[in-house]
Design a protein around this ligand. Structure first.
Ligand code: SME
Length: 152
């Protein structure tokens, strides 16, 4: 199955237009990505709720860990460094948090609003090894910036 990234981006932008509520935006992005990306087995946001602390936000898939400090896991590393992390094999990522034993690869992207405040991270997990590509990364970075630009 292939993915029409352009159509999916258009649909996400149309659905979220004019919305500034962070959780409403996160819920909509998660739903669209999870239902249209062929390799997404768990898709969700972790929100920054206190200094150096992430808590689960809207997600789809099996239950996720509720709390992740910036010091832990792939999500924590992305929030701490502000880097996109594409991990083709989680077994080779030191300190990966295994919320689900079936997860083989993941892509985590930091999410900022237009004022430069870190809102959280988007976590895409797959049961397939090396599921996420540089194309996914290059497509999602500007899309997230646009969707969350006016988020409060
Ligand atoms: N994969 C994440 C943990 C969250 S879940 O798997 C839902 C990590 O290592 O940061």
């Amino acid at each position: 199955m292939d993915i029409d990234r352009n159509a999916l981006a258009q649909s996400i932008l149309a659905l979220t237009e004019g919305e500034t509520d962070t959780v409403a935006l996160m819920a909509t992005v998660v739903c669209e990505l999870h239902n249209h990306h062929p390799f997404a087995d768990w898709t969700g946001f972790y929100r920054v709720v206190a200094p150096e602390l992430l808590k689960i936000g809207p997600y789809q898939g099996g239950h996720g860990c509720l709390v992740i400090p910036f010091s832990r896991g792939v999500c924590g590393a992305s929030a701490r460094t502000g880097q996109v992390l594409n991990v083709p094999d989680v077994e080779h990522f030191p300190d990966h948090i295994a919320c689900s034993s079936t997860t083989r690869s993941e892509l985590v992207l930091p999410v900022w609003n237009g004022k430069g405040r870190l809102l959280g991270v988007l976590d895409l997990d797959s049961n397939t090894e090396a599921a996420f590509t540089a194309e996914d990364e290059a497509w999602l970075v500007p899309l997230l910036a646009q969707v969350f630009h006016d988020a409060d």
